[in-house]
Design a protein around this ligand. Structure first.
Ligand code: TEU
Ligand code: CA
Length: 554
């Protein structure tokens, strides 16, 4: 595998709105991020991905961009952004922005011009269809609910939006649109950006001609995924984008890729792939149902293990996945993957080590390093996210009571991860001196950065140790490039795997509250990391405590 500068890095996702507010308006901002770069450096982070901070009406919290060349005044100025890039460079850190080019905002100039003249240049930047009374162009349901078709204001047309109606899809079939996208990417890379996380990218290729699919809910619509599954030829767009942009700058690109086909993996993340890496979402989508969140199944430790191993096996030596336990679209990993009632310091550290040591590039989502948890929602009024509000309605329509529906939302809501970062036990967790835009998780008095930095046994320090191990010259080659091989895969609630490179490491987690005895394949040379004070190893047996995790050098 040809070595690349990003292979051995550790990445961190910032959700700017909720990270650090520097001016007391209750909204996180870029000066706030700059003020915390030393915190990230101390943790060991190299690459920082910012969720969108471009000008936006924030209908979908910035994933609806109205100007690709600007910074939303709520987040700061372009000077702030330049300063962030420069300050990161000083610390050998890299900044990624979010590339949201499946759609823009309906407040983007292109869309405004398309409304003025749907037959002109900008009409062809979107998917427009002539409106027919009483009939939609197709019966596809958008990700956020309702039809994907909406009237184009002031015209006799309708436009396509696979997400919210304030997020019109861009027409990638149009070379002029593609040129605009590449121009924008290069403009940012020239500024010194290290690369991009690429949003919702599998949606850019549609299946033609547009047609209906069998309805999958009472509303007579069908998931837009049906159409996407039929789309052919996305590689032409992705390859062109790589050649015209990322490749020229040796930029890092990580794709939000769903629904890829097995045989296409080398094209996606192989040596000359479209992207440097792509996220592994196999555990986040496990158990999800086409009917809605209310119908999703619980993920058990065995399921979690199998998802991780299957993804690793699928990718093999083809490239590096980017591994996560959460992001801004998911509940908190510790609340989701650890069985209910068992979320504690030990289990949080176990989950951390199990995912972090997988082959690939580890991504940490803000607050994950503190063990931040889901929010105890007491009313739907507390929920801001459009996707959660839609899923609440879907659950009610399916016959759940308001109380049951709220429980569903509390488990899956994207707002779980969007509450303000917990910096200290000061008011509003030290996130803002004003009123935070979204309520702070009440557990901030115990779960916060200041307290955990002081406590050498904290989740924070455990993450620091994991990062330090990945960077330790003695182990780096093995942790970054070593092959992954499951160990005792059939042993229930044990997730164990080798990393084999220059060294041989064995990562073992007892994914349950009860103790369990595990056979060792050979004597271990040393215990590199342990979330308990001791490891009870006798001959070729290790007696593991509840949620104990160890990393052994064999
Ligand atoms: O998410 C794309 C995505 O595929 C969705 O499935 C998303 O995970 C789901 O709606 C969650 O309920 C990306 C962004 O990460 C997300 O925040 C945006 O809302 C979306 O694209 C539209 O830009
Ligand atoms: Ca602010």
């Amino acid at each position: 595998m040809e070595k690349k500068w990003w292979h051995d890095k550790v990445a961190y996702q910032i959700y700017p709105k909720s990270f650090c507010d520097s001016n007391g308006d209750g909204i996180g901002d870029i000066p706030g991020i700059i003020s915390r770069l030393d915190y990230l450096k101390d943790l060991g982070v190299d690459i920082v991905w910012l969720s969108p901070c471009y000008p936006s009406p924030l209908a979908d919290q910035g994933y609806d961009i109205s100007d690709y060349y600007g910074i939303d005044p709520r987040f700061g100025t372009m000077e702030d952004m330049d300063r962030l890039i420069a300050e990161a460079k000083k610390r050998d850190m890299y900044i990624l922005m979010d590339l949201v080019v499946n759609h823009c905002s309906d407040e983007h100039e292109w869309f405004q011009k398309a409304c003025e003249d749907p037959d002109g240049k900008y009409g062809n930047f979107f998917y427009l269809r002539r409106k027919e009374e009483g009939k939609l162009p197709t019966n596809w349901r958008s990700y956020f609910g309702g039809s994907v078709w909406e009237d184009l204001p002031g015209t006799d047309r309708q436009y396509l939006h696979v997400f919210h109606k304030k997020q019109p899809d861009l027409n990638w079939e149009n070379p002029e649109l593609r040129e605009e996208v590449y121009k924008n990417i290069n403009w940012w890379l020239k500024k010194g950006l290290a690369g991009f996380r690429i949003d919702a990218i599998m949606n850019i290729k549609k299946a033609f001609p547009f047609h209906d699919y069998a309805p999958d809910r009472e509303d007579g619509l069908c998931s837009v995924r049906e159409m996407l599954a039929e789309a052919e030829g996305i590689g032409e767009f992705l390859g062109e984008m790589r050649d015209r942009t990322f490749q020229k700058y040796d930029a890092f690109s990580v794709g939000e890729v769903f629904l890829e086909r097995q045989e296409e993996l080398p094209d996606f993340i192989g040596e000359k792939g479209y992207f440097s890496s792509m996220f592994d979402f196999s555990e986040t989508i496990f158990g999800k149902s086409g009917k809605g969140w209310y119908d999703a199944g619980v993920i058990t430790p065995e399921d979690y293990k199998n998802c991780c191993f299957e993804a690793q096996e699928r990718v093999g030596e083809n490239g590096l996945l980017s591994n996560i336990i959460e992001n801004h679209d998911e509940p908190r990993g510790v609340s989701y993957y650890i069985p209910q009632g068992d979320c504690c310091e030990e289990s949080k550290k176990m989950l951390a080590a199990l995912y972090f040591m997988l082959r690939g590039i580890p991504f940490i989502y803000q607050g994950q390093e503190l063990g931040m948890e889901n929010v105890p929602f007491s009313s739907i009024e507390e929920v801001d996210d459009i996707s959660s509000l839609d899923e609440y309605q879907v659950a009610l329509e399916a016959g759940l009571t308001a109380e049951e529906a709220l429980k569903v939302i509390a488990r899956y809501s994207r707002d779980n991860a969007r509450t303000p970062m917990q910096w200290s036990d000061a008011a509003h967790a030290g996130f803002t001196t004003g009123t935070p835009w979204l309520r702070v998780n009440p557990n901030y008095s115990t779960i916060n950065a200041a307290a955990e930095q002081k406590d050498p046994d904290s989740v924070f320090h455990f993450y620091k140790k994991l990062i330090a191990l990945r960077k330790d010259p003695a182990y780096r080659e093995t942790v970054v490039y070593g092959a992954l091989e499951p160990y005792l895969k059939e042993q229930r609630n044990l997730m164990a795997y080798y990393r084999r490179g220059e060294k041989t490491l064995l990562v073992m987690g007892n994914f349950q509250r009860e103790e369990q005895e595990v056979a060792l394949p050979a004597a271990c040379k040393r215990v590199l990391l342990n979330n308990y004070p001791d490891a009870d190893i006798q001959d070729l047996t290790i007696r593991m405590q509840g949620y104990q995790v160890v990393i052994l050098e064999m």
